[in-house]
Design a binder for this molecule. Structure first.
Ligand SMILES: Nc1ncnc2c1ncn2[C@@H]1O[C@H](COP(=O)(O)OP(=O)(O)O)[C@@H](O)[C@H]1O
Ligand SMILES: O=C(CO)[C@@H](O)[C@H](O)COP(=O)(O)O
Length: 484
């Protein structure tokens, strides 16, 4: 039995997978992020651990026999976050997350200090990445910076608690800006530019390799056998890719999580920094991917459902599903930049905008506008990757994939079929469990797209209307850019 742990931004998800790749049970625990200042985003690593303990208790209770048979664990998690440890491995401050925009100035300074930065890292320096955060800390929290002995990514801090070793893997390390992504090793040049060196970095493995053994004391307390192995695992997006079987060039997915992601496996290391496209290592050796990342996606829908007093996202999504096409055409437009944006704008200052509000607009119209705005952002991301237009079906994953209506709208916006696998909201946890299975000797050939689910074809009757609204959406950003 294989355990997948996915440390998402809005919740921690666990999944048990058997050796025949069947999902046996899942459990989760909610998490929240703090915004101590506008544009900042932080979480306390102790809350991640408390969430893990809670979800473990739920999973043990739900599937006791399967739980006791766990032989390997895979980790997945929100990327880029900076967990800072002192000489005794104690956390020095709350982790600064992937959607924190405080380090915009430091990005420019870092690229100036290392003119080769985009070639080495394959990526544009963007505020959510880990390196600019450390540059910000060096400037604004100098005493704390001097005490940093290790910098870990969120899921790798969980690994430290699980096995006592500081280890990361290539896919998540790609999002630090300290990795030479093509060569798959730490870059001394990028580290030095941030006042750091390799001793402060975790050891690197591949996602499908082994990375330690569960601590004996923890195994005993959790009722697991001794010797449970840990796999390298992956950043949550590469993990989702493994979860939906995206291992060959051209395969990929759209994710509606707290963030929005368009992810495609590439045929090699293909940097496109000028478009704010991410070019990262995949979770498998000698494999890379590209992705376009939005900083608010299903989180924007959660926000509008709270704002409109809807019972929850599910009930607002059900109202949106009933909205006739004529009402959709009259709905306001929404720019979904509630946390700034990465792809394609790389603009931490961008903010959310509704335009065209009228007395007749109700919660469903606003909910539709948010779903549509997120979809246009993903279309912009596909364009940035040179992948807009018809193509192979992509999977739809993440919490927002619970809404079939949102998936239907997205398929029409992207002009591509989308398939919604049965376990779409836990694709990353599934990928983590699959990486544990691969590290334990499983065969890559058996990592395939999950069977079942729903295939969503683009609805041609909506496309002319959506194209016109997309053109207005793009023009709006350009018109408003100077005002953010
Ligand atoms: N039926 C639904 N329709 C639209 N959005 C939903 C639905 N159910 C959950 N969500 C949204 O999904 C998000 C959580 O997605 P998830 O992939 O679990 O995020 P993360 O991995 O970042 O924690 C929440 O913001 C929530 O509002
Ligand atoms: O920053 C990125 C990817 O570059 C985000 O995709 C994070 O990895 C957070 O993921 P979710 O919590 O939205 O799944």
């Amino acid at each position: 039995m294989y355990l997948g742990i996915d440390l998402g931004t809005s919740g921690l998800k666990l999944l048990l997978l058997d050796a025949e790749q069947r999902i046996i049970a899942t459990a989760d625990a909610p998490l929240s992020a703090q915004q101590p200042q506008q544009g900042w985003s932080e979480q306390d690593p102790q809350a991640w651990w408390a969430g893990l303990e809670l979800a473990v208790a739920a999973l043990r209770h739900q599937a006791p026999a399967a739980w006791q048979a766990v032989c390997a664990i895979g980790l997945s998690g929100q990327m880029h976050g900076a967990v800072l440890l002192d000489a005794r491995d104690q956390v020095l401050r709350p982790a600064i997350l992937w959607n924190d925009g405080r380090a915009a100035l430091e990005c420019a300074e870092l690229e100036q200090a290392v003119p080769d930065s985009r070639r080495i890292s394959g990526n544009l320096a963007m505020p959510g990445f880990t390196a600019p955060k450390l540059c910000w800390l060096r400037k604004h929290e100098a005493a704390l910076f001097a005490r940093i002995r290790k910098v870990l990514l969120p899921k790798d801090w969980l690994r430290l608690q699980l096995c006592g070793e500081a280890i990361s893997e290539m896919s998540d390390a790609s999002g630090t800006l300290w990795l030479d992504v093509g060569a798959r090793r730490w870059s001394a040049t990028m580290l030095a530019a941030c006042g750091l060196d390799e001793t402060q970095m975790p050891r690197l493995v591949e996602g499908s390799s082994l990375s330690g053994t569960l601590r004996t004391e923890l195994a005993r307390r959790w009722g697991l056998p001794p010797g449970v192995k840990l796999a390298g695992g992956a950043g949550d997006n590469a993990a989702s890719a493994i979860g939906i079987g995206a291992v060959a060039p051209g395969q990929g997915f759209i994710s509606l999580g707290t963030s929005g992601v368009a992810f495609l496996v590439s045929d090699g290391f293909r940097p496109a920094p000028a478009q704010a496209v991410h070019a990262f290592a995949h979770a498998l050796p000698a494999s890379w991917h590209q992705m376009a990342v939005m900083l608010s996606a299903a989180s924007a829908f959660g926000w509008v459902s709270r704002l409109t007093g809807s019972a929850d996202a599910v009930s607002l999504a059900a109202q949106v599903a009933q909205l006739p096409i004529a009402d959709r055409e009259r709905a306001p437009l929404f720019l979904p930049y509630l946390s700034g944006e990465r792809t394609p704008h790389n603009n931490a200052a961008a903010s959310g905008v509704f335009i065209g509000l009228r007395h007749e607009h109700d919660a469903a119209a606003l909910g539709y506008a948010v779903m549509e705005g997120v979809g246009f952002g993903l279309l912009d991301g596909m364009q940035a990757m040179g992948q807009a237009g018809p193509g192979e079906a992509l999977a739809l994953v993440g919490g927002g994939a619970r809404s079939s209506a949102w998936g239907q709208l997205l398929a029409a916006q992207l002009g591509r079929p989308l398939y919604r696998p049965e376990h779409a909201p836990v694709a990353a946890a599934l990928g983590a469990a699959r990486l544990a299975w691969l590290a334990d000797g499983g065969e890559l050939a058996q990592v395939c797209p999950p069977s079942g689910g729903e295939l969503l074809q683009p609805d041609a009757s909506m496309q002319a209307m959506l194209q016109a609204r997309h053109a207005r959406y793009q023009a709006l950003y350009l018109a408003l850019r100077a005002h953010f």
